[in-house]
Each structure stands twice: as structure tokens, then as C-alpha cells.
Design a protein. Structure first.
Length: 213
């Protein structure tokens, strides 16, 4: 386990080069790619997320850590996408209009892909109608939205209204998350699922898609 702890620790420090070397070492030693991702990189990123929410670190440190995580994850991608991880559901994901924060969203995307889902990443500052258009065009099972700011999260409600108007509300699961979002807010706007972190978001998405098949 110490190798995974090292990966987590070095990633939190933003040491991209060392993270890549350690991830490669873990791969060479025959460790499972999902285990490296979840127990090494994502464990470290969850710690970074908590520290950020508690104002112990700030955006520059988060970005440096995220860059180190991306460096390590790049090596894992081909391994995660091979083997038993076949796409068994489709998700369109994005950070809601007015919000440019995408670190959390990128984490959720990576976790979902790691579990075999096909993910269409709409990026940040995504207009409500773009979520709906993509979900219809790509026949998505899930719309996943994130928000870091309390000033932008109300735009999530607009997506749900537009899904109703477009006649797809009963065909897609609408997931919400992000630092500003709570279960109470999820219930208030009529979204289907709120999760507190990337790992549980991916697990919930897979569970829904398996039932929908």
C-alpha cells in the first residue's frame, strides 16, 4: 500500500514527474489500474478537495495537484479503457453556465470512464439548452451537472425545466454535484441524484445504467 500512499502524497504536492514515475512503477508491478486510480490518485485528490473547501489551500495549489493527477491518469487511461470496462451507458457532463470551475467535473468524468461509461464532456460554463440538445442527439442515459458557486447553481433548475419541456425528463437521470450543491438543493430543483464526491457519483451512474439496460 505504501506505493499508493506515495502516489497520493506526491500528487497532493503537485509533483507531476514523480507521480508519473510512481504510477508507471505501480503498473510495472502488476497493480490493477482502477486500484491505482482510486487508492492513489483519487484518494489524494479528495484530500485536496477537502482542504480547498476548508480554505487550507487555494486555487493555485488545487490546479497544480490536478495537473499532477492528470499526468498519472494519462498512463492509466489505456488500461482503464481496455479489459472488462466496456461502455454500458452514456453520460453528458458539464459545469453549469456562469461557472468556470472544472476540476471536480473532470474527476467525475475520469471516474465514470474508469467504470466503463461513455462520457461526453461539454466543458465549463455550459448553457442549459446545450445539456438538453446533447442528451437528445447522443441518446444519453444521464445528464450530470456541477457547480462550485452559489450564484450559478440555480441554472441547474433551468436544465430540469427544459428537460421537461423537451419531453425527455423521464428518460434521463439528472445528477448534480459540486461544492455549492446539497441534497436539499437537489430535492428543491427536482434533480434525481446528488453525490458528495467523484467516486460515489460514478458508482451511482453505473448502478442507474445497469438498471436501465
Amino acid at each position: 500500500m505504501s506505493l499508493l500512499s506515495d502516489i497520493s502524497e506526491q500528487m497532493q504536492k503537485g509533483k507531476s514527474k514523480i507521480v508519473k514515475e510512481l504510477v508507471q512503477q505501480a503498473i510495472d508491478e502488476g497493480m490493477d489500474a482502477k486500484e491505482i486510480l482510486e487508492e492513489g490518485l483519487l484518494t489524494g485528490m479528495n484530500i485536496i478537495g477537502e482542504k480547498f473547501q476548508n480554505n487550507e489551500i487555494f486555487v493555485p495549489e488545487v490546479l497544480i495537484a490536478a495537473r499532477a493527477m492528470a499526468a498519472g491518469a494519462e498512463l492509466l487511461k489505456p488500461l482503464l479503457q481496455s479489459g472488462e470496462a466496456e461502455a454500458h451507458g452514456k453520460v453528458c457532463i458539464g459545469t453549469i453556465k456562469g461557472d468556470l470551475h472544472d476540476i471536480g467535473k473532470n474527476l467525475v468524468k475520469m471516474m465514470m470512464e474508469g467504470k466503463g461509461l461513455e462520457v461526453i464532456d461539454l466543458g465549463a460554463d455550459v448553457a442549459p439548452e446545450r445539456f438538453i440538445e446533447t442528451a437528445i442527439k447522443e441518446n444519453c442515459n444521464i445528464i450530470a451537472m456541477s457547480a462550485l458557486l452559489t450564484t450559478t447553481m440555480n441554472n441547474m433548475g433551468t436544465v430540469i425545466k427544459q428537460a421537461d419541456e423537451a419531453g425527455i425528463r423521464d428518460k434521463v437521470l439528472i445528477m448534480v454535484g459540486g461544492a455549492a450543491v446539497t441534497q436539499t438543493f437537489c430535492d428543491k430543483i427536482g434533480a434525481d441524484k446528488y453525490t458528495t464526491d467523484a467516486s460515489s457519483a460514478a458508482a451511482a451512474a453505473v448502478e442507474y445504467c445497469q438498471k436501465a439496460v
